[in-house]
Design a protein around this ligand. Structure first.
Ligand SMILES: O=P(O)(O)O[C@@H]1C[C@H](O)[C@@H](CO)O1
Length: 276
């Protein structure tokens, strides 16, 4: 089945049945990036559903991605969260990478909160920094809306305002309340799975990229096409290739993600509690 609107309805119906008839509508959907899955443990009264049980979901294959969907309370609000995500470099088409966002929308979420691990292209970024995504570049050269127009989608969605200004301001307010340092920047999505070469990182720097990763962009495109408001946070887990003497590997990305997890979790819990 195409990972579009009809498949999302089927998945949402399965999740609704698991939750029971009285489950509140989630205020937002959240995807937790590499090393950031610890937020799942802060979700209270969580119903946990393995990805493999959800119709249309593949299994998560990337280390550090638990492969569970959780529905419960965070910051006093009902949320649906994915501990893990589907990446295109795993062999998935862009529409499948973004499919969970369609399911969150079908369950009633009207805000999408993305998080990811990313390499710092901005030279002043250090591992452990958190960055609110102010805009993105799609250098994956794939688009999840490629093909027939799904019911509810537009053929040519506007992308002039992908990351909601009010939600970005709310993230900064939440950062001040929780004492978490937070900067703004542009995220660039590449297909992966190789990390970048130093020459590619110099190119990205010249293009105006602040952080580079391998996810998020397809999810945000679908969220915007569905009219969802989007907020996103990158956890800078390493300096991008060539900007330090370190070689890159996923174990260190996850370790750096876990090191900043406490701050990330406090920020997101506060933010969710303040959502309109
Ligand atoms: O799922 P995210 O974007 O957080 O994961 C990043 C990108 C790659 O999947 C992986 C590379 O270490 O981390």
């Amino acid at each position: 089945m195409v990972p579009g609107a009809a498949a999302a309805k089927v998945a949402a119906e399965y999740i609704r049945q698991r939750l029971g008839p009285d489950a509140p509508v989630p205020v937002c959907g959240i995807v937790l990036g590499s090393g950031l899955g610890g937020l799942a443990d802060r979700i209270e009264r969580a119903v946990r559903i393995p990805f493999s049980h959800v119709p249309g979901f593949p299994t998560a294959t990337v280390a550090g991605h638990a492969g569970q969907l959780l529905v419960g309370m965070l910051g006093g609000r009902q949320v649906i969260a994915m501990a893990g995500r589907f990446h295109m470099y795993e062999g998935h088409e862009a529409a499948l990478a973004a499919f969970p966002v369609r399911v969150m929308h079908a369950l009633g979420a009207r805000v999408y909160v993305a998080s990811n691990a990313a390499g710092g292209v901005r030279r002043t970024f250090n591992p452990g920094d958190l960055m609110v995504i102010s805009d993105h570049m799609n250098l994956m050269f794939r688009n999840p809306l490629f093909g027939a127009v799904e019911p509810g989608d537009e053929r040519f969605p506007d992308m002039s305002d992908p990351y909601d200004a009010e939600l970005r301001a709310l993230l900064h307010e939440s950062a001040r309340t929780t004492g978490v340092p937070l900067q703004d920047g542009v995220y660039c999505g590449l297909l992966g799975p190789t990390y970048e070469t130093p020459a590619e990182v110099r190119m990205l720097e010249r293009l105006g990229v602040d952080a580079v990763g391998m996810s998020t962009v397809p999810e945000v495109i679908v969220a915007r096409a569905l009219g969802m408001r989007v907020a996103a946070v990158s956890c800078i887990t390493n300096k991008a290739a060539g900007l330090s003497l370190e070689k890159l590997n996923h174990a260190e990305v996850m370790e750096a993600g876990r090191a900043v997890a406490g701050r990330f979790e406090a920020l997101i819990a506060e933010f969710v509690g303040r959502l309109p």
